[in-house]
Design a protein around this ligand. Structure first.
Ligand code: AMP
Length: 125
């Protein structure tokens, strides 16, 4: 079910629980600012989620409330994950759903990183 992208932040959301180590994930990368792990229901040969470590509901929340260090650190982590997965040369897609119209289901900001094949049209339909 789609969620409100503007909060309040629910500390029991599934990604918060992954960050606390209460739920497992297939980790790809972790640093001070970000955790990256494989999506549980991949939509492409590579489908990785990158999440910030702070309690941000969505990109809307993160872009307005994240510190410069958090935003820079997270952005660099996304780029590093794509590079480490060797997606730069063939290309890849970043996507972040925000709120109900965006189809966001997990209320912790995350970027989807898709790759491993030609990804086709930007949106269905
Ligand atoms: P969104 O619609 O942008 O909120 O996407 C949420 C994504 O999280 C979906 O692609 C789900 O398959 C994925 N997801 C949900 N629970 C988990 C989990 N426990 N581990 C990894 N991915 C998950």
């Amino acid at each position: 079910m789609a969620v409100n992208g503007t909060g309040p932040y629910d500390p029991q959301n599934v990604f918060a629980r992954i960050l606390r180590g209460e739920l497992p994930c297939k980790k790809v990368y972790e640093d001070e600012y970000a955790l990256a792990f494989h999506d549980i229901a991949p939509k492409a040969p590579v489908h990785v989620l990158v999440i910030p470590k702070g309690p941000f509901v969505s990109f809307a929340d993160f872009s307005s409330k994240g510190t410069e260090a958090e935003i820079t650190g997270f952005t660099r982590a996304v780029g590093k994950v794509a590079r480490d997965l060797k997606l730069e040369a063939p290309g890849y897609r970043l996507l972040s759903n925000v709120g109900v119209a965006g189809g966001q289901e997990v209320p912790h900001f995350h970027v989807h990183l898709f790759g491993g094949r030609a990804l086709g049209a930007m949106l269905p339909g």
